[in-house]
Design a protein around this ligand. Structure first.
Ligand code: SF4
Length: 492
């Protein structure tokens, strides 16, 4: 795992978005534009990157382990990818593990011609489908769930590539935003629930697709709209566009955690500024869970907008009580005794002069395992904070995600193991509170969560998975762990 992510992988104690995808058709420098777009999506995956291009005759691919800049900043790398159509992928391994053979876009020569595919999401019946395909003679080149789609397209009996593709997707469960390339052009689509995001833009005559609108901004493209849940957008080589809705109208369930943490704050998601939504979550948090304190301090960087919202609503001053190093590299060998929490301090250090003697409210976007929250609370206390109140800009993360987000197994999630009082004790906070699920829905513009037909996927908070989970026996994964209760006495 690469640990140089400036968008914070705090000791593996964050949920991680697994992939970002980008595609362009009709640009003379399609591969260079794709590299730039992927660079803007680097926060969605730092383990590996790949780009495939098409020059009207042939497909070209280049894939590498590491960041976009490590693999695609040289003129030579881009020169290996000629053509006016290109698609790329940044990845942190979802299913299938790491290794170059799993780096996307995946490519296959089918009877109808070349087929390249870049996937953000996770197919929750991939193992089931793969078993069947292998029994019928399919030979898999990777261990990625995405390759299942290629084999389903290859073995479909429909005559046209588009029909084969739709036929394949009908068999697939789970979350997928896809950008595919064929000799006829590009196809971009989202699963019927629209769990993972995908937007469409224009740059002159070129059509651009990306996981987030920030990638359109960076390449200079104008946002046209989101690809709708269940929609396939087909762009021919001459630039003409056709849209298809093979799944009919289904209720949407986009991932609400994109608003909380995954997407960049300068992206527009569901027509809303991610930054503004995060501030609104902070406002809700302050309304629901006030604290008597001197300062509101964000856990950088993802806690910053919610902390601003909390501070504005509560009237408590916002201050930067934790300073993040911008030069965090790979994990160092820990010096022995006396360097307790050296790794977390290397990334974040207390602004001692500010926090000493103060009662502080710390704002973070989520608590996953809780180990980093504990270290940060300890850091604040060591810097002299008199009281540390922890407020979280999402409901307790009690369940694993099976839709393309790297989550620890359920038994490792602090909120699945403990009630809130016990969690507060574990992280050694004077108080701990989370925004409610309805508060989160209000922040994204809803009145409240519709419990019979939720407007978003919120399964990591509620356990209400919007699709079958065939590979897990179609049950909510992991038996419910018995929750520990806090001991009556508070840890000082
Ligand atoms: S389970 Fe959570 S992280 Fe996964 S798609 Fe649903 S809301 Fe997003």
């Amino acid at each position: 795992m690469i640990t140089t992510n400036p968008f914070e992988d705090r000791d593996g104690d964050k949920l991680r978005e697994e992939c970002g995808i980008f595609g362009v058709l009709g640009a003379r420098d399609a591969a260079a534009m794709t590299a730039l777009g992927l660079h803007a999506l680097q926060h969605r995956g730092q383990e590996a990157v790949g780009i495939t291009s098409f020059d009207g005759q042939e497909f070209f691919s280049r894939r590498g382990i590491g960041h976009v800049a490590q693999n695609f900043s040289s003129g030579q790398a881009i020169a290996e990818l000629p053509g006016m159509m290109a698609a790329g992928h940044v990845r942190y391994s979802t299913t299938g593990g790491s290794g170059l053979r799993n780096v996307q876009p995946l490519f296959a020569d089918l009877a109808a011609g070349g087929f390249a595919i870049a996937h953000n999401g996770n197919i929750s019946n991939a193992m089931f489908l793969k078993r069947d395909l292998v029994q019928k003679g399919a030979i898999f080149q990777s261990t990625s769930d995405t390759e299942v789609i290629i084999h389903l397209v290859a073995t479909s009996r429909y005559p046209t590539l588009l029909d084969r593709f739709v036929d394949a997707l009908r068999l697939v469960e789970g979350a997928y935003s896809l950008i595919c390339m064929t000799p006829e052009g590009m196809i971009a689509c989202r699963d019927p629930l629209g769990i993972r995001p995908l937007v469409m833009g224009k740059l002159g005559d070129a059509v651009v697709f990306a996981s987030e609108s920030v990638a359109l901004d960076v390449v200079g493209a104008d946002m046209v709209r989101e690809v709708e849940p269940g929609e396939l957008v087909q762009v021919a080589l001459d630039g003409s566009i056709q849209t298809h809705r093979p799944f009919g109208d289904t209720p949407q369930r986009p991932c609400i955690f994109e608003h909380v943490y995954f997407s960049r704050p300068d992206s527009i998601l569901g027509g809303r500024s991610v930054y503004e939504v995060r501030k609104a979550i902070g406002t809700q948090l302050a309304l629901e869970n006030p604290a008597d304190a001197d300062l509101v301090i964000p856990v950088p960087d993802s806690g910053v907008p919610a902390a601003l919202g909390y501070a504005q609503q509560s009237g408590i001053p916002f201050e930067l009580g934790i300073i993040r190093s911008h030069y965090v590299g790979r994990t160092f060998i820990q010096p022995s005794d006396g360097a307790r929490n050296a790794d977390v301090k290397r990334k974040h250090n207390a602004n001692r002069a500010l926090v000493a003697g103060k009662r502080i409210v710390l704002i973070d976007d989520s608590i996953v395992r809780g180990t980093t929250s504990l270290k940060i609370v300890q850091m604040m206390r060591e810097a002299g904070a008199r009281e540390v109140h922890f407020r979280v800009a999402s409901p307790p993360t009690e369940h694993s995600c099976f839709y393309g987000v790297d989550t620890p197994e359920r038994s490792k999630l602090l909120a699945a193991r403990m009630d809130i009082a016990a969690m507060a004790e574990f992280i050694q906070a004077d108080s701990l509170a989370f925004v409610s699920i309805d508060g989160l829905y209000r922040a994204v513009g809803e009145v409240q969560r519709n419990s019979t037909c939720p407007q978003y996927c919120d399964a990591c908070f509620t356990g209400d998975y919007p699709t079958r989970l065939t590979d897990l026996g179609d049950r909510a994964p992991g038996c419910s762990p018995v929750k520990l209760k806090a001991k009556p006495a508070k840890v000082a």
